[in-house]
Design a protein. Structure first.
Length: 133
């Protein structure tokens, strides 16, 4: 393999944003506030994961309150997952994204029906618990 090829591979693996290599201590107070659920593991995240989270933190102030709440809920949920669970979640997300719009909509409807049935059997109304819809 030529040296140019190795350089190209290395560049492909490097994050697009050098800021993705920042440690938790180097984050701004605003970034720390948004990404707080990931504080304990931030320094062990891969650069591409940090880059994704930094993008979320950058867009966070522009989001409405409901979306901010959803993001916080998702970050907490993500922080509690094992690496295996995270990998499975990524795979499911990629599979979902590859579906046709019709199939995506059908799955969303099935999921809503499932949530409604679960809520009824557990005795609460998901419309009033702040859960994501």
């Amino acid at each position: 393999m030529a040296m140019a090829d190795i350089g190209a591979i290395k560049n492909d693996l490097a994050p697009a944003d050098p800021a993705a290599n920042v440690t938790w201590a180097q984050l701004t107070e605003q970034q720390k506030a948004v990404l707080a659920p990931l504080a304990s593991e931030w320094d062990s995240l891969r650069p591409w994961q940090r880059e994704k989270m930094l993008d979320i933190a950058k867009e966070y102030p522009k989001m409405d309150a409901q979306k901010q709440q959803r993001i916080q809920h998702q970050l907490v949920k993500w922080s509690r997952m094992t690496p295996y669970e995270r990998e499975n979640a990524r795979k499911r997300y990629q599979q979902f994204q590859s579906l046709s719009p019709e199939k995506k909509e059908a799955l969303r409807k099935q999921w809503q029906q499932h949530k409604q049935k679960s809520a009824i059997s557990e005795g609460y109304d998901p419309e009033f618990d702040g859960a994501e819809h």
